[in-house]
Each structure stands twice: as structure tokens, then as C-alpha cells.
Design a protein around this ligand. Sequence first.
Ligand SMILES: Cc1ncc(C[n+]2csc(CCOP(=O)(O)OP(=O)(O)O)c2C)c(N)n1
Ligand SMILES: O=c1ccn([C@@H]2O[C@H](COP(=O)(O)O)[C@@H](O)[C@H]2O)c(=O)[nH]1
Length: 184
Amino acid sequence: MANCIPHLITGDFDSLDFSLQEFYRKKGSQIIHTPDQNETDFTKSLRESTNFLREKNISADSFLIVCRNGGRMDHILSNLNTLYLAKNITCLPVFLFSGDSIIWLLDEGQHKIHVPPSVHHLHCGLIPLGEPCHHVTTTGLKWNLRNDRLNFGGLICTSNTFSGLEVVTVETERKLLWTMGTEE
Ligand SMILES: Cc1ncc(C[n+]2csc(CCOP(=O)(O)OP(=O)(O)O)c2C)c(N)n1
Ligand SMILES: O=c1ccn([C@@H]2O[C@H](COP(=O)(O)O)[C@@H](O)[C@H]2O)c(=O)[nH]1
């Protein structure tokens, strides 16, 4: 890690040691303090990173966010909320990677998800966070949905897995979180 110097360090810094901040500043990291307490560090850092890429003229395909799951349910839920907020911050896709899962937000419409055979035995799911999804249809899952309704308090799709096809298709008329296991 000694050679890994972040281009940008940003946040409210309530959990960042000042000496560590100074260490990285001297190594060349740009430091942006965002004290606003009406948005989470993740949401703000997505905005700062988007500005950073634009100012430095750096092109990127996506954001891969590596987050800890330290047991704080409010952190987990606010991280998922940031996936919904991301559309207003960046046009790049945002993938949230945590532990052995990756999760991202599917927009309304049809989706094809390419699934490498090495993860066919792992878990996947479709989570209707925030609002019911009245019509969801899938192919490529062990337990497929056929114009089914997903909602909290009713059916949500967790602990599903793959049928063995290399492509999963999802059709949804509302935004829907897609989660899947990743290789150890
Ligand atoms: C309605 C409402 N609830 C709660 C808050 C408080 N709040 C929301 S985001 C935020 C900042 C969180 O900072 P972050 O470093 O992302 O998380 P932490 O580990 O400090 O909880 C705070 C304090 C608020 N501003 N408004
Ligand atoms: O266990 C965790 C801890 C943190 N996060 C994310 O990081 C930010 C900042 O958290 P701090 O406690 O201020 O360092 C938080 O909003 C989460 O997005 C996390 O996901 N899991």
C-alpha cells in the first residue's frame, strides 16, 4: 500500500486521522474537505470524483465503489440510496462492491447481464428498493420471474442463482437493484 497514493481524498474527515491526511497530501494526493452533513461521504465523493475526472480530462468507463460492511445498517442503506442518486451526479455506471457481492441499479427497461461460468454457482437477486416493481420478467435464473410483482412486504428476489446460461435477461418497468456474488 505504501506505493498506492490516491489521486483524491475527500469526505467530512470525521474518521480520518489528520497526520494521515498530511502524509498523503505531501505525497501528492489532492485533499477536498466536504463538511456538509446533509449528504453522505459516498454521495459527495461521487460528485467530487466526477468533477476531478472532468477537470483532469480523465476518461473512465465506470465507478467501482469498494465499501466496507462494518455492520452499520444505515451505512448499507445509504450506500444503496446513493446508487439511486448517482444518475443526477454522473453519467457513468456505478457498481457497489462489498464483501462477496456486487450490486448496481437497473433502469426501467430491458437488460442483458453477462455472467461468467465461474460464478454460475453463486447467489444473485433483484431488489425493488423504494417502490414496488409490478412487472418483472427474467430469463437465465434458477427461479425466474414471469411478469411478477416485486415489493417489500411481499416477494423480493434474494438467494436466487443462475440456470447456467451465460446471459441473464431482466425486464422491469421500474428501477430495480441487481445483486450477484463475485469470485472469492
Ligand atoms: C433527515 C436527516 N437525517 C440525518 C441527517 C444527518 N446526516 C445525513 S448524511 C450525514 C453525513 C454522514 O457522514 P458519513 O461520513 O457519510 O457517515 P458517518 O460515518 O459519519 O455516519 C449526516 C450527519 C440529516 N442531515 N438529515
Ligand atoms: O462500515 C462502513 C463504514 C463506512 N462506509 C461508507 O463510508 C462513508 C464514510 O464513513 P465514515 O464512518 O465517516 O468513515 C459512509 O457514508 C459509507 O458510505 C461503509 O459503507 N461501511
